[in-house]
Design a protein around this ligand. Structure first.
Ligand code: IMP
Ligand code: MG
Length: 178
């Protein structure tokens, strides 16, 4: 698995440090709010597990799953709900937890659906931001790191469902997906 990685971009230590800071910021911003964290499966589970424990105010969590990418590293343009939320968003302060904001198409679709459920507020918290690839006008409210236009894996992010368990963010060797 490690042999397929061209370069380590973010070490576990760098990630942990950033998440601590972000958790403090979110705790401050949502002090008197009714916070629900919604994680978009499966890529954001590792980030979700870490950020929720870095938040020290009361909050609830839920998960949803959409499909956007197939086995390829390029966007298929198709996005559909595989698993919906269990909890009502009505009147809640929704913070969407994402692994990476790339073209923005997935999140654009999710925002559209979830905003119809009458949350009091909606914000986006993404672990990684790849602004060079954006196709729709979406900006994260919270983001841990900006990454270059390279296909990255680890810390929950996959290629063809693999590499999610790497504890760091690495650039995948292009020969793996070419
Ligand atoms: P978007 O709709 O293009 O913003 O893509 C969002 C989803 O694509 C993410 O939640 C990831 O699952 C996947 N994705 C985008 N870029 C990468 C990458 O560099 N590595 C792994 N997955 C990625
Ligand atoms: Mg993925």
């Amino acid at each position: 698995m490690q042999n397929d990685i061209l370069k380590i971009l973010l070490t576990p230590e760098e990630i942990a440090e950033k998440i601590k800071i972000l958790g403090k910021q979110i705790s401050k911003d949502y002090k008197d709010k009714d916070l629900i964290l919604v994680s978009v499966l499966k890529g954001s589970v590792v980030f979700m597990a870490d950020i929720m424990r870095a938040i020290d105010i009361n909050c609830i969590i839920d998960f949803m799953s959409v499909s956007s990418y197939g086995a390829k590293s390029e966007h298929s343009g198709v996005v559909k709900i595989i698993k919906d939320l269990d909890i009502s968003l009505k009147g809640k302060d929704l913070l969407i937890i994402e692994d990476i904001l790339d073209s923005g198409m997935t999140l654009n679709y999710i925002l559209d659906i979830l905003s119809k459920r009458e949350p009091k507020s909606i914000k986006i918290c993404t672990f990684l931001n790849k602004p060079e690839r954006r196709q729709v006008d979406i900006h994260p409210d919270y983001s841990c790191f900006e990454v270059p236009d390279k296909f990255v894996v680890g810390y929950g992010l996959d290629y063809n469902e693999s590499y999610r368990n790497l504890p760091y963010i690495g650039i995948l060797k292009p020969e793996i997906y070419n």
